[in-house]
Write a protein that binds this ligand. Structure first.
Ligand code: ATP
Length: 346
């Protein structure tokens, strides 16, 4: 879907957001002082973030809790004003919240719902259709199309409260897509869903992106969402963009270690002593029976593998990249790899 010759549909340059937070000393004196002379401290939630996204791209937006993802999404959708920097989406300045702009975008937040709890889902959808000025017939056509894609037939006449969490999320998506936006901002759309519901929401998003060419920026704590959907990821840490590139690139460049799995030919007698021996090769991830998983620094890999082969009785040995979740978790924990801040891929 991604054509590099086109203009970016999402553009940010040195985008920053500072939240002023009032400070109040404890006690009565603090309350009185606070009333007359408000003091503030400043939280730099987003710092000089620059990126461009082309029409049709499906981009993962990653970062640990409090990294600044939601704040960035709020600036991209115009819910809050940037403190500094430039932002443009679909050719509009989001903070102006022009009706034409709002027709082009949608924001879905996993934790917040817009459906009316006691009404049948269909009524909520029709209300949404009316808000966007979609004619009854066209609205019904779009509802039918999305019902089919999301396998929701027979569910829309039930009150929203009777739907399962997964079904509710699907109807939320329907409501958010009824006006056929070009740009979708999805903040944790699979949060709390069971595995089956996650898979079906994921499949829908993939199909929707391929079918309509909509641009999607997705945040998710589930790496399975990201690996299944996003060729490109943008990572922010502590408000700063620390990586923008392919998912494979993130793992290749920034996982400093690889995983070595061993199967011994003999049972281990003294586990504690054996662990001491293994620690000379790398970090022990797991040790179960005769199976061992070690993390070995990439630069020591060849030397370490040949040492293991010559010094231990091995039935089997395989070397793989550690699971993507672990790499990301390490990046998030430290924000740095090998003590150096992560770089963008460009
Ligand atoms: N309205 C606000 N006023 C003051 N500080 C805020 C406000 N909203 C967010 N923050 C702070 O800004 C920083 C970034 O928050 P943000 O919600 O954007 O992060 P996030 O990456 O979306 O996190 P999570 O994954 O937990 O949702 C955090 O330190 C947060 O406490």
């Amino acid at each position: 879907m991604h054509d590099p010759s086109t203009q970016p549909i999402i553009f940010t340059e040195k985008l920053s957001k500072v939240y002023p937070v009032p400070i109040k000393e404890p006690g009565l004196k603090g309350t009185i002082d606070h009333f007359f002379r408000r003091k503030y401290r400043h939280i730099e939630a987003v710092k000089q973030v620059s990126f461009q996204i082309q029409p049709g791209e499906f981009v993962g937006f990653l970062g640990p809790n409090g990294a600044g993802k939601t704040t960035t999404l709020k600036m991209l959708t115009g819910l809050i004003h940037p403190s500094e920097g430039r932002v443009e989406v679909a050719g509009y300045l989001p903070y102006r919240r022009e009706p034409r702009f709002l027709e082009k975008i949608t924001l879905v937040m996993g934790q917040k719902q817009q459906l009316l709890w006691d009404l049948p889902a269909l009524d909520s959808l029709r209300i949404n259709g009316a808000v966007y000025g979609i004619g009854d017939r066209e609205c019904q056509r779009r509802i039918d199309e999305l019902t089919e894609m999301l396998s929701l037939s027979g569910k829309l006449n039930q009150p929203v409260r009777k739907l399962s969490l997964g079904e509710r999320m699907k109807v939320e998506l329907m409501a958010a897509l009824l006006h056929q936006p070009q740009v979708l901002f999805l903040d944790e759309p699979t949060l709390g869903l069971d595995v089956n519901a996650q898979v079906s929401v994921r499949q829908f998003l993939k199909e929707y992106n391929e079918l309509t060419g909509a641009t999607i920026l997705l945040t998710s704590h589930y790496m399975a969402d990201i690996t299944a959907l996003c060729d490109r990821v943008i990572v922010i840490y502590s408000g700063q963009l620390i990586y923008d590139g392919s998912l494979e690139g993130l793992v290749e460049n920034f996982a400093p270690y690889r995983e070595v799995q061993l199967e011994l030919t003999y049972p281990i007698e003294n586990i504690e002593k054996f662990k001491e021996r293994l620690a000379m090769y790398g970090e022990i991830e797991s040790l179960e029976g005769q199976s061992i998983r070690l993390l070995v620094f990439r630069e020591n890999l060849t030397k370490t593998v040949s040492k293991i082969i010559s010094e231990l009785d091995i039935l089997d040995l395989t070397v793989t990249d550690p699971p993507i979740e672990e790499t990301i978790a390490r990046v998030f924990q430290a924000g740095t790899i090998d003590g150096s801040i992560l770089k963008t891929s460009e």
